[in-house]
Design a protein around this ligand. Structure first.
Ligand code: GRF
Length: 205
């Protein structure tokens, strides 16, 4: 069975949706550890309440580069037996760009959720970008993490309408409700080995 690590920085609502769905739908994956880079992340107490182990791995400012920090994460993953052979890592509101070394070590085993229909509106404030651009639809995307920012092979996407009176917040709320369904579904497909990655595409069986 796969060992799952979820990396968070804050609220942890996607993490919560994933953990609850694993339990409810008996997804064949073991939630091994939730790691936060912030000690006050709200998601940490949610994970504990759901009976999942947690760790905080803080970034030492001005002392560490990205790879130095990621090596601490990898060490923590190893402690919970999340390895490049048996692991799946879900970034769920983890507000750090991860190093190419980390991505390469866990090739095709790191997932991320982005609150837009990629390749539209990558990077920060995706919902604000969609509102300001005047898009009629945005949505959410679960993708494999590669060495770019929000550029990896797409696993699942779900569109969400943008209303003319939407603000960043109202749109974010509508998208988030879809994220909570989409991310657990992608984890399920991955755990059931139904995601095949061919170049920059995925094929779902
Ligand atoms: C979500 O909107 C997700 O798409 C983005 O960061 C936010 C995390 O929210 N990557 P939460 O911590 O899962 O509640």
């Amino acid at each position: 069975m796969l060992n799952l690590a979820i990396l968070i920085s804050g609220r942890g609502s996607n993490m919560e949706a994933i953990l609850k769905t694993i339990r409810k739908r008996k997804i064949p994956i073991n939630p091994a550890i939730v790691i936060s880079n912030k000690p006050d992340a709200r998601g940490l107490s949610i994970a504990k309440r759901l009976g999942v182990k947690t760790e905080v791995v803080e970034h030492i400012k001005d002392k560490e580069n990205r790879w130095d920090y990621d090596q601490k994460i990898i060490k923590t993953l190893k402690k919970y037996n999340v390895t490049p052979k048996n692991g799946l890592i879900c970034l769920a509101g983890f507000m750090r760009i991860i190093s190419p070394e980390f991505v390469k070590k866990f090739k095709n085993r790191i997932l991320n959720i982005h609150p837009a229909l990629l390749p539209s509106f990558p990077g920060l404030h995706a919902q604000r970008q969609a509102v300001e651009y005047g898009a009629k639809y945005s949505g959410c995307t679960v993708h494999i993490v590669d060495t770019g920012v929000d550029t990896g092979p797409i696993i699942l996407q779900e569109p969400v309408p943008v209303k003319s009176n939407d603000t960043e917040d109202t749109l974010a709320k509508r998208i988030l409700a879809k994220e909570h369904k989409l991310y657990p579904e992608a984890v399920k497909l991955f755990a059931e080995k139904r995601v095949k990655i061919i170049g920059r595409k995925t094929v779902i069986s």
